[in-house]
Design a protein around this ligand. Structure first.
Ligand SMILES: Cc1cc2nc3c(=O)[nH]c(=O)nc-3n(C[C@H](O)[C@H](O)[C@H](O)COP(=O)(O)OP(=O)(O)OC[C@H]3O[C@@H](n4cnc5c(N)ncnc54)[C@H](O)[C@@H]3O)c2cc1C
Length: 388
């Protein structure tokens, strides 16, 4: 019987596995992919994520990967209106290819039993603990643990699916994400967001002199170009000519191109469902605001001391659930709500022109809007220490 099984070695899962293994717990970290692999993500690691990385003892690990530093963002509408807004600190541009692999290795070095190519098919929980069914290329096996944590991103395995994991999305609710690296583009050290009808594309410099392009579009817009990834990458350069100019000198690196669908950006948050959920397993953080990774790491930071308290016998499962759920909602409901609101507004051309023009007239409003979508820094006053 293991102490803890963590399902998914994305950011949230690997961070949690590292912290709890360092505390001496017998942790198994299961990941269905073989790493390193490219992942659909803007690869913009916000200043807030660095606060959580520091708290988890992982700041130096990531800082040593030579991320590109950025201190502002520029938004551009399809009709060419620009708005520049400062970030609440230095953000980092770093590929998920490197980041996910290094965090997984760090978890292994901390003592976690890390298994890749291991897909969790089903999870059952009872008073004794959890039984997790694992599928690999070689066959199936089961593992037992005192508890489990779902860090499996947007699509939980069978036993952890709930009604909030919707499958009935129409072409305007369901989204498609595509990402690709480019070489040969010289750009300022900032993140650039290009809006187009039905979505947006983020462009950010990452390590190795590359630039990452990542778009999120409604399935309706994607279908309008014949549902082809390459056609979509060409179409957005026409829909937003400023983006076309930014990418004009670049060479696309086809082996870095990946896509994901469906992406449901309106799923109800569910921090607990039989077991704790962290990161995107709780809900999809609106990607436009570039704080999904910060929220994933912050949820790991919130969950780790409670998992430790449960495993040490200092709190019951019910107390862990109540405290974690309360803390998650207290801290992340507001940025989630604002993030969804801005993402919806900015995906419509007329509204995005009005909003950016307003932001140019009143820059303090733009700064306030950015702050409203971030993991709040003051929230650390309401921490696990005060709850336990
Ligand atoms: C288009 C787009 C752009 C984005 N851009 C940004 C950005 O610029 N900045 C930012 O901060 N955030 C961004 N995000 C959000 C960010 O990518 C996520 O919030 C973040 O990756 C969540 O981390 P996680 O650890 O919860 O999940 P993930 O990183 O998704 O990790 C989950 C892991 O679980 C594994 N897994 C899933 N199911 C199973 C299973 N059954 N068994 C075993 N393993 C399993 C998966 O393979 C995966 O490795 C973006 C998202 C999208 C869609």
């Amino acid at each position: 019987m293991h102490d803890l099984i963590i399902i998914g070695a994305g950011l949230a899962g690997s961070c949690l596995a590292t912290v709890l293994s360092r505390q001496g717990w017998d942790v198994v970290l299961l990941e269905r992919r073989h790493l390193p692999q490219h992942k659909v993500c803007g690869e913009f690691l916000s200043p807030e994520s660095q606060i959580s990385l520091r708290a988890l003892g992982l700041y130096d690990t990531v800082a040593n990967l030579s991320p590109i530093h950025m201190d502002h963002a520029q938004l551009t509408t399809a009709s060419g209106i620009n708005m520049r807004v400062g970030l609440p600190g230095q953000a980092w541009g770093l590929s998920r290819f490197v980041l996910d692999q290094v965090l997984l290795e760090t978890a292994a070095q901390a003592g976690a039993d890390t298994r890749t190519g291991a897909t969790v098919g089903d999870v059952t929980t009872n008073d004794e603990g959890c039984t997790v069914e694992v599928r690999t290329q070689e066959g199936r096996y089961t593992l037992q643990s005192r508890t489990a944590i779902a860090a499996c991103g947007r699509h939980p395995p069978v036993g952890l699916r709930t009604t909030s994991d919707r499958t009935d999305l129409d072409d305007y609710q369901s989204h498609v994400g595509i990402k690709c690296h480019y070489e040969g583009i010289t750009m300022p050290q900032r993140v650039e967001i290009y809006l187009f009808p039905g979505g947006y594309a983020g462009v950010a410099p990452v390590e190795g002199g590359r630039v990452n392009l990542c778009l999120l579009s409604t399935r309706a817009a994607f279908r309008s170009v014949g549902a082809s990834h390459d056609a979509m990458l060409e179409a957005i350069c026409q829909w937003n000519p400023s983006l076309g100019q930014r990418l004009a000198a670049g060479t696309k690196l086809p082996d870095t191109q990946v896509a994901v669908a469906p992406v449901d950006v309106r799923r109800l948050p569910m921090p607990w469902d039989g077991v704790a959920r962290v990161g995107d397993a709780v809900t999809m953080i609106p990607p436009l605001c570039g704080d999904g990774m910060a929220m994933a790491i912050r949820s790991a930071e919130m969950c780790a001391p409670l998992a430790h308290a449960f495993l040490s016998g200092e709190c019951s499962l019910a107390e862990w659930e109540q405290r974690y759920t309360q803390m998650w909602h207290h801290e992340l409901d507001r940025p989630l709500r604002f993030g969804r609101w801005f993402q919806t507004l900015l995906s419509q051309p007329i509204r995005s022109n009005v909003l950016l023009s307003l932001g140019n007239l009143m820059p303090f409003l733009a700064t306030k809007a950015v702050q409203a979508t971030r993991v709040p820094r003051h929230a650390r006053d309401f921490n696990v220490g005060t709850l336990l």
